[in-house]
Ligand binder design. Structure first.
Ligand code: SF4
Length: 523
């Protein structure tokens, strides 16, 4: 980590004579890190945090600064964050805090931990399709105006200044669909025209390397068909790329559109893992930030790897339906000795819904003989090992036409017109784990343990209310992740403070009406 700094001492080292390359006073890395954390504990901007260092006695005390210290320019915080990310040192901040807690015996057993995720709004304005086109063109023109002003001035059309001279906002755009289509096609022509000029043999060779120009090229590929005879045509929605790769805004190309239940957003997803043992504070042990389109189940293995590297693996890990799969139930146990506590999806097949007697779970599997026996006692005739679309091993089982064609239960067992019944199942360990979990996941004993997971929602709520977790302050995944690390370190320090002060955890709150439930009559 290349961070200019020196040890804290009695001298005012924020005004030390030692200068960095640009001539600013050198800053102590530990102090800048602590300022960044305190900044998020109070949800302050960089300017407000720099003012707090300069003017608040409690901040000076926490930072071991003399009262007469005159502070520093707020831009030092932004530079510090950039260096942390460049040096891939952001995880160190949380890990050091956890090490310190362990040394002080405050991070004792970690029998049980829980994880949940929440959506994060990107630091950009959500755009509709026309706005995306206009803003992408505008961003490219603005970048070219900085990098090659003379070149651009000679090649810009007059009407480009009307269309892209100021923010492209929906309320200024035409309202009628036909007029919007004409404008979109015009924007497409403008973009192709500009790209043609940028890629011309007599244009400077570095022009197309400007990031905003490359983004323009990518967005135009995603939004338009290749022009035929100079005619530009929008892509139909079915020919558009999926939201995992579609660029929503030229200002943050990693922020994708996503939706979960009733929430639609453009941005990222934050996963937080915390201890939930009875006898220790609920310290946050891991923070993961992903693109918004990454499903929860994908992060289970990275979370366990990270907890293992910190020697913080729990015996039980509480997660909701989105995280727990048959594969994870087995791999978490085999690779890390962790029992995943969480429900798995119910059997999604129509047989399970309408004719449960003919659901997969009612077929007897003889793993040694590689044979399945159907509810009417017929043996399968085919057993093939394959991989599914995600590369996971599966087994395809097929019954005999001779058994299934005349079967009186056929209409309840299969909807195939001619083919016999087929089954697709997981390999033995996953199959057993999946079906065992489905059997127990509605029992009172399981639900009592699983109910402990719900507390993580209070933690996310605390992050949102106290430190504005919901809104990313920065552009890009890496900086957003650093923001999340700083937020959760801050909450760990708040929780440590409360623990040392003997402040108990907040009790679950119920509405006044719900408190009457135990007394209610059984009418
Ligand atoms: S349709 Fe085939 S697999 Fe299904 S119950 Fe009848 S014989 Fe068994």
């Amino acid at each position: 980590m290349r961070i200019v700094g020196h040890k804290a001492g009695k001298t005012n080292d924020l005004q030390a004579s030692q200068k960095s390359v640009k001539g600013q006073p050198a800053q102590s890395p530990w102090r800048l890190a602590l300022i960044c954390v305190m900044q998020y504990m109070e949800n302050l901007s960089d300017r407000q945090a720099a003012d707090a260092v300069r003017g608040r006695i409690d901040w000076k005390y926490a930072l071991s600064l003399p009262l007469e210290d005159s502070g520093f320019n707020f831009s030092a915080l932004s530079e510090f964050r950039k260096r942390l990310i460049k040096g891939e040192a952001e995880e160190l901040l949380l890990n050091r805090i956890l090490e310190q807690l362990r040394e002080k015996e405050l991070l004792k057993g970690h029998k049980r931990q829980r994880t949940d995720s929440t959506h994060i709004l990107a630091a950009i304005r959500p755009l509709n399709r026309l706005e995306t086109l206009g803003e992408t063109m505008r961003a490219a023109l603005n970048s070219l105006a900085i990098a090659a002003p003379d070149w651009l001035a000679k090649r810009s059309k007059k009407d480009w200044f009307d269309r892209y001279g100021r923010r492209v906002e929906n309320y200024r755009l035409p309202k009628l669909d036909s007029e919007r289509e004409v404008l979109g096609t015009q924007m497409g022509e403008d973009g192709f025209n500009l790209l043609k000029k940028v890629y011309a043999s007599n244009a400077p060779q570095w022009l197309h390397l400007i990031p905003a120009v490359e983004i323009l090229r990518q967005v135009w590929v995603q939004q338009f068909y290749t022009p035929v005879d100079g005619k530009v045509q929008w892509r139909s929605p079915k020919d558009m790329p999926p939201s995992t790769i579609a660029i929503h805004s030229p200002y943050d190309v990693e922020a994708h559109y996503s939706s979960k239940r009733s929430v639609n957003w453009v941005g990222y997803k934050a996963h937080v893992t915390e201890i939930c043992d009875e006898d220790t504070p609920n310290f946050i042990t891991h923070v993961q930030t992903t693109l918004s389109t990454v499903t929860d189940e994908v992060v289970v293995e990275p979370i366990h790897q990270a907890l293992s590297s910190k020697s913080l693996l729990p015996e039980e890990h509480l997660m909701d339906l989105g995280y727990v799969t048959a594969g994870h139930l087995v791999s978490a146990q085999e690779n890390y000795g962790i029992e995943l506590i969480g429900p798995v999806r119910n059997d999604p097949t129509w047989q399970a819904k309408h004719h449960p007697k003919f659901a997969n779970s009612n077929f007897q599997i003889d793993w040694d003989k590689q044979v399945a026996v159907c509810p009417r006692g017929h043996q399968s005739k085919g057993w093939k090992k394959k991989t599914d679309s995600k590369g996971q091993p599966i087994i395809n089982i097929r019954f005999s036409q001779l058994d299934c064609s005349p079967c009186p239960s056929r209409s309840r067992c299969t909807r195939a017109k001619i083919e016999p019944r087929g089954l697709t199942i997981h390999p033995k360990s996953e199959y057993t784990a999946l079906h065992s979990r489905r059997k127990v996941q509605h029992t009172p004993k399981f639900l009592k343990t699983y109910n402990k997971r719900a507390g993580i929602e209070g933690t996310i709520s605390q992050g949102v209310r106290r430190s504005a977790l919901r809104q990313s302050r920065y552009i890009g995944l890496a900086k957003t992740h650093l923001q999340h690390i700083l937020i959760w370190i801050g909450l760990n320090l708040c929780r440590l403070n409360d623990w040392l002060d003997g402040i108990p955890l907040a009790a679950t709150r119920y509405s006044r009406f719900m408190t009457l439930k135990p007394k209610a009559s059984s009418i």
